[in-house]
Design a protein around this ligand. Structure first.
Ligand code: NAD
Ligand code: ZN
Ligand code: ZN
Length: 361
């Protein structure tokens, strides 16, 4: 049986998203049908509709979600109907080279994501990050469902499905920040603030937040920033060096995805420090750096996809910390909205009015 739901679809590059009928088939072998309860609006959804990720339009947007498993297909043993789950875009396969070498956070076997949902006329939809959760129901690979404690509200739990996990993990897993480190985070949206929080959780002593929006800097303080820099007014590289005894930060996390801010990150780190790029660049972006500086400054230049997380390991642990009152994930939820308000949420994101708008279904 095919279920008919309303979903948020991007039909073409730069076109406003629209709500339209989406057909969701029953789960096949290895798949799960999930009743979505909440789904955050991430900058990556906007990247999709701007054509920054690919041109497999139409896209079914939404990928930061939590919900309840409604049905599972043949052979699914990991989750069952009624389970409260966070959807993930890294269903670790256990088979690929990365998995076999014991580095499953590099597993990116998107083949396990299903692409069977369609528009009413049968046009196949590309679900954002293999999820497509701006819809009352979505069909995913069963491995994309990670069970967590149902005591967590869905609008909070779902955030772990992308941006907040990406930021927390950039600090805790990719860098990784060590106790006593100095950390700077450039760009303090949902991802950057999560990196600030992750740095604090990992025991960083100095946490410097950089943004071009005073409200964002205020919020970053609430997540644990010890210093803030408005980079419209102050040169962030010079200021980060000043705040770190002239050395530069041990870890600089770039959470925007732009060449100019990556360059700031590169020069604001300590010799032998680490740069982590978690912001997502678009295809036309390039960067030129003196090779002598890349060589001479040592250290590590890393990128972080999804915070190098392992959903099965990290989501339940982070939800436990949240339920114990040790990880204020609820502070990321600026507002809850309806399915029809995704386009206006993009505008609010662009104007800096929100950290996360979360669609409740
Ligand atoms: N690597 C991953 O796995 C992953 C996961 C999720 C999101 N992302 C990417 O992370 C990035 C951030 O996502 P978000 O949801 O936090 O976006 P966002 O739009 O909420 O935040 C971006 C922040 O950067 C600030 N900013 C913009 N230009 C700046 C500049 N020149 N200098 C300093 N600050 C500046 C903005 O004021 C804003 O606070 C996006 O590129 C998104 O696609 C990556
Ligand atoms: Zn794998
Ligand atoms: Zn995302």
């Amino acid at each position: 049986m095919t279920t008919e739901v309303q979903g948020v679809v991007a039909r073409g590059k730069g076109e406003p998203v629209e709500i339209t009928t989406v057909l969701v088939p029953d789960p096949g072998p290895g798949e799960a049908l999930v009743a979505v309860q909440a789904c955050g609006v991430c900058h990556t959804d906007l990247h999709y509709r701007e054509g920054g990720i690919g041109d497999e339009f139409p896209y079914l947007l939404g990928h930061e979600a939590a919900g309840v498993v409604e049905a599972v297909g043949e052979g699914v043993t990991g989750v069952a109907p009624g389970d409260f789950v966070v959807l993930n875009w890294r269903a670790v396969c256990g088979q690929c080279r990365a998995c076999r070498r014991g580095r499953p956070w590099y597993c990116f076997d998107t083949h396990n994501a299903t692409q069977k949902m369609t528009l009413a006329d049968g046009t196949p939809l590309s679900p954002a990050l293999g999820i497509g959760a701006f819809a009352a129901k979505t069909l995913v690979a069963a491995g994309q469902c990670t069970r967590v404690d149902p005591a967590a509200p869905p609008e909070v739990a779902g955030l772990l499905g992308c941006g907040v996990m990406a930021g927390l993990g950039a600090a805790m897993n990719t860098a990784p920040v060590a106790r006593g480190d100095s950390v700077a985070v450039i760009g303090c949206g949902g991802v950057g603030d999560a990196a600030v929080l992750g740095a604090q959780l990992a025991g960083a002593v100095t946490i410097i937040a950089v943004d071009v929006d005073a409200r964002k800097l205020e919020w970053a303080r609430q997540f644990g920033a010890t210093h803030v820099i408005d980079s419209r007014e102050t040169d962030p590289v010079a200021k980060i060096r000043e705040l770190t005894g002239g050395n530069g930060a041990d870890v600089v996390i770039e959470a925007i995805g732009r060449p100019d801010t990556y360059r700031q990150a590169f020069y604001a780190r300590d010799l032998a420090g680490t740069v982590v790029l978690v912001g997502a660049p678009t295809p036309e972006m390039e960067i030129g750096l003196p090779l002598l500086d890349v060589f001479g400054r040592g250290g590590a230049l890393k990128s972080s996809w999804y915070g190098d997380c392992l959903p099965e390991r990290d989501f339940p642990m982070l939800i436990s910390l949240y339920l114990q009152g040790r990880l204020p994930l609820e502070k990321f939820v600026s507002e809850t909205i309806g399915l029809g308000e995704v386009e206006s949420a993009f505008a609010k994101m662009a104007s800096g009015d929100v950290l996360r708008s979360v669609v409740k279904l």
